[in-house]
Design a protein around this ligand. Structure first.
Ligand code: CDP
Ligand code: MG
Length: 138
C-alpha cells in the first residue's frame, strides 16, 4: 500500500465539490486515511510550491492556493500516487482526458481542482507538510 498527498484546491472547495471528488477517490479504491480543511497563508503556499519558485506562474499560483479554504488529504491504496494522477488528469484541464477530475471540473491550468504528489519522495515530504503521524489512521 502506498500513500499520496491530495489537495482539493480553493476553486473546487468553493464550488462545493469536496464530496464528489472524494467519491471518485473511494470508487477507485483509494482510502482517505487523513483529511483536514484549512486555509494556507500566501507564505505557506509559497513554501509548499517552493520547487516552482522560478516559474512565471508561481506568484499567481500561490495567491490562488491561499485565496480560500482547501481540503488536504492522505490517500492510501495500491499504486496510490499513479492512480491519483490518473484520476486527476493532465495539468491543463483542456488537455486532460474525459472523465478526469481536471477535465470535468477545471476552469484553467491554474484553477485545476486538485493537487497530487508525483513521486514517493515528494509524497512523503508533502504528507509531512500537512499531517503528523498521529493524524494518519490507516
Ligand atoms: O499539478 P501538476 O503536478 O499536474 O503540475 P505542476 O507542473 O507540478 O504545477 C503545479 C501547479 O501549478 C499546477 O497544478 C497548476 O495549478 C499550476 N500551473 C499553472 O498555473 N500554470 C502552468 N503553466 C503550470 C502549472
Ligand atoms: Mg506537480
Amino acid at each position: 500500500m502506498e500513500k499520496t498527498l491530495s489537495i482539493i484546491k480553493p476553486d473546487a472547495v468553493s464550488k462545493n465539490l469536496t464530496g464528489v471528488i472524494n467519491a471518485k477517490f473511494e470508487q477507485a479504491k483509494l482510502r482517505i486515511v487523513a483529511q483536514k480543511r484549512l486555509q494556507l497563508t500566501t507564505t505557506q503556499a509559497e513554501e509548499f510550491y517552493e520547487v516552482h519558485r522560478e516559474r512565471a506562474f508561481y506568484s499567481s499560483l500561490c495567491e490562488h492556493m491561499s485565496s480560500g479554504p482547501i481540503v488536504a488529504q492522505v490517500l492510501c491504496g495500491e499504486n496510490a500516487i499513479a492512480k491519483n494522477r490518473d484520476l486527476m488528469g493532465a495539468t491543463n484541464p483542456a488537455n486532460a482526458d474525459v472523465g478526469t477530475l481536471r477535465r470535468e471540473y477545471g476552469e484553467s491550468i491554474e484553477r485545476n481542482v486538485v493537487h497530487g504528489s508525483d513521486s514517493p519522495e515528494n509524497a512523503a515530504l508533502e504528507i509531512g507538510f500537512f499531517f503528523s503521524k498521529l493524524e494518519i489512521i490507516e
